[in-house]
Design a protein around this ligand. Sequence first.
Ligand SMILES: [Zn+2]
Ligand SMILES: [Zn+2]
Length: 315
Amino acid sequence: MTGSYFRVTLLGTGTPVPSPDRFGPCTLVEAGGQKFLIDAGRGATIRLYQLKVPIGRIDVQLLTHFHSDHTSGVPDLWLTGWLESHFGARKTPYRVIGPTGTRELIENLERAYALDIKIRIADEKLPLSGIATDITEFDRDGVVYEKGGVKVIAFEVDHGDVIKPCYGYRFEYRGRVAVFSSDTRYNHNVIRHGVGADLLVHEVASAPPELMKEPYIQRIIGHHTTPCEAGRVFNQTKPKLAAYTHIALLGSEQIPPPTIDDIVAETRQTYSGPLVVGEDLMAFEIGEAVSVRRFQPSSLLAERANIGKHLIEQI
Ligand SMILES: [Zn+2]
Ligand SMILES: [Zn+2]
């Protein structure tokens, strides 16, 4: 589909927690008729299927860093996107852009799945071009992609001293800007690249005060941004809309995690502007203003009916 719209859809707003409500980190960006994925966490293919976006239709896979919750969906996207069915059908190489280490990840996946690829080529006669990969690595801030009026700029963020490399992304299209923090602590580079964005999508992590003395909680919070800190980022960048994704609500068996209301209230200590807490399949349309749309389960029913119809037609 072509078109001049600029749309962001949160496919997975979760963390390593295997939650059925919040899938692994993954965001779909559509601009200038092109489709980009930022990361590919658990369940990314399922969310694309819900949106009726063929997996093979993704033009560029961007990676932010190598934590497995951000990459465990990569082999699924790459391999399932190659299948002949309407949900796959990639005929051109799987294009991946990411920081140094991307090549190692993808080439090792090629080794890991060599037998599947060999079998499907022999059995299903799938085109070799659709399972080929096209990898671009970068090691500094700058433009990593530019085509059809869409410019993607990578910028380094701070996810902790040993979790390197880790990058956020800034998308520019027709004078509009969407910025994605990736996983990071409170970070000035996010502010530098996020100033004046139409949409700023930021991570957030929070734990109840009673748990803050636990070393493992301190370690996790130390790698992320608290709601109060995220509010400071929003206050300094003043986006038309700020949105949370990668929502880490930490608790223990005895102490429940903070609620969504808790993180909003904490954010409000430092920021009073427009704010949305992301949900899986929530979409943002970036135009004169930024509009928010929640996924309608009724479209899921329509999708099921269509698939049923399709199967009957095939029979
Ligand atoms: Zn991470
Ligand atoms: Zn993460």
